[in-house]
Design a protein around this ligand. Sequence first.
Ligand SMILES: Nc1ncnc2c1ncn2[C@@H]1O[C@H](COP(=O)(O)OP(=O)(O)OP(=O)(O)O)[C@@H](O)[C@H]1O
Length: 263
Amino acid sequence: MIRVDQVSLAVQGKAILQGISFALEKRSSLGIIGPNGAGKSTLLHVMGGHLSPDKGRVLLNDADIKTYKAKELARKLAFMQQISQVESRFTAYETVMLARYPYLRWFQTESDRDHQICLQSMERTCTVHVKERQMDEVSGGERQRVLLAQVLAQEPELLLLDEPTTYLDLFHQMELLNMLKQEQGKGLTWAAVLHDLNLAAQYCDYLLLLQEGRVAFFGTPHELFRTNRLEEVFHVGVRVVEVPGLSVPQIIVTPKRVPLTPH
Ligand SMILES: Nc1ncnc2c1ncn2[C@@H]1O[C@H](COP(=O)(O)OP(=O)(O)OP(=O)(O)O)[C@@H](O)[C@H]1O
């Protein structure tokens, strides 16, 4: 579905991404994890075609992402914006409706189907009650859910999300990830930058651990937890625990054990 092939990118002479390669099959999910400044957001923007790599390429359905026309790409791939990028003067409904423009022709106005899809997306994300409010008149969590409604209304094959659980309380974090899982069941492929490693392990089929712009690990959460890569990359102690009712182990972070120096 998407393949990142030997991608490297430098900004102002500084290497941000170096030789990144991995592939995701259709209907799978990826959590991009790693310390602050590791290059997670930059990688997501390269995957979304917003940034061109200096070396390597990104293939979407076997075609280089650079070869897609903007509207064509927007019908295949959606990028959930960060709250700070939202145009605050639009109402929540208008914000969601923006997602339908890739489906309209010049001078064509929104159809009944477009309105129906927008409303359904708002129902699914529990945002109908803020429909007529401007985006600066809703809470951070509601704004985040309106943005999710927007990308669902875009009906993409691949959805990229940059820290989508920020601003959400525990219930809505799980709700958002459950919704993504449901969409995955209908064919969606998604990749999200996530800081909560336990949520990432529970909801993502694969985890990509970045360290200083390089891949420190790519594989399933089970495989990651069998290594000591998290300890090495985050410089913390990590204990892996089985939790009854969960199919994936969880981690408890402990202070890094300092080896005792013999006297
Ligand atoms: N426009 C830019 N100009 C210069 N350096 C940049 C630019 N954008 C990002 N960087 C640098 O690239 C590196 C990776 O940034 P990026 O935002 O991708 O990291 P991240 O892993 O998403 O971090 P965080 O967890 O803190 O959000 C950082 O060192 C950052 O300072």
